[in-house]
Design a protein around this ligand. Structure first.
Ligand code: GUN
Length: 292
């Protein structure tokens, strides 16, 4: 069994990005600029955005953090999105999700100029991805593909079971794993209402778990030699930690790991790769690689 080290891989990629940025700047090019909008004070979102800003620093990017209180109106938020769309210095930006109930996430996502949508959530990027055209690919599925590639894990022709159907992970992951130019796998998507979920998992060569239920995938669901990718990051209280909580994956790691050929730990697996792929998308945006 080999542990897939997302933390080390992400550190290596960030170093590669930083070197490229310095080359670009040395040749008189523009330093990539990522802006992030954070609404409210949700603990998880605060942490994610803080880590995105730190990753920008590590990559040599310019970053801007725009904060609003929870009670901001949809109109004010949309105005800021339009401002960032027009800002010539900003190459890409994200609006951290989730947003408060009174704001339509979909409306906000659709207001973002798709050429600056480094999250890859705008319907134009989603649609282009679905038909295999160049686009911004959402960071978590992109990070998983990158881990599989860097660990030389064969996906072509394999049976891949994806647990979860979210717009951010499950759906794009399924699209990418099925496409010839990415995973080239046989893909099954299971979710909370799938009657045959356990049976599907037992015959899977690759399981990608993204359902947000701690310890959901148990040893009896995993084939000997399977590849296990754990996207779960549920916060559970843990008095032994300074923060008072720890992150728990969707996979019961201790009993599943001995059966696998490869497995991602939580933390230190998919998580660090996600932010790193946002940096890659921002570098792409800075270089105007996709939309000119
Ligand atoms: N909330 C959870 N994951 C993400 C992400 O990848 N991007 C944004 N904008 N919000 C998120």
């Amino acid at each position: 069994m080999q542990i897939i080290d997302g933390k080390a891989t992400a550190a290596l990629i960030k170093k590669e990005i930083a070197e490229e940025v310095e080359r670009i700047v040395a040749q008189g090019g523009k330093r990539p600029h990522l802006a992030a909008i954070l609404v409210g004070h949700d603990g998880g979102s605060e942490t994610y955005v803080k880590n995105k800003v730190l990753a920008c620093e590590a990559c040599g990017f310019t970053s801007s953090l725009i904060r609003f209180e929870e009670n901001i109106t949809e109109e004010t938020l949309l105005k800021k999105v339009h401002e960032l769309n027009e800002d010539k210095d900003v190459d890409g930006f994200i609006v951290q999700l989730p947003l408060p109930q009174h704001i339509s996430e979909q409306k906000v996502i659709e207001a973002i100029d798709y050429r600056k949508d480094v999250d890859g959530f705008h319907p134009i990027n989603v649609g282009r991805m679905a038909i295999g055209l160049p686009c911004y690919i959402p960071a978590t599925p992109k990070g998983i593909l990158e881990l599989l590639r860097r660990y030389h894990i064969e996906t072509s022709g394999k049976k891949c079971v994806i647990l979860g159907r979210s717009n951010i992970v499950g759906k794009p992951m399924a699209q990418l794993m099925m496409q010839k130019q990415y995973g080239d796998a046989t893909v099954t998507v299971c979710h909370s209402h799938s009657k045959t979920l356990k049976d599907e998992c037992r015959t899977a060569d690759i399981i990608i778990a993204a359902i947000g239920q701690p310890n959901f995938v148990t040893a009896d669901m995993v084939k000997e030699g399977a590849v296990i990718i754990d996207v779960g990051t549920t916060r559970v209280t843990d008095a032994s930690k300074k923060s008072g909580y720890r992150l728990n994956g969707d996979v019961k790691y201790d009993e599943v790991a001995p059966k696998c050929s490869y497995i991602t730990p939580v933390p230190g697996g998919v998580g660090p790769m996600t932010i790193c792929m946002l940096m890659q998308n921002t570098l792409s945006a800075g270089k105007k690689e996709i939309y000119g």
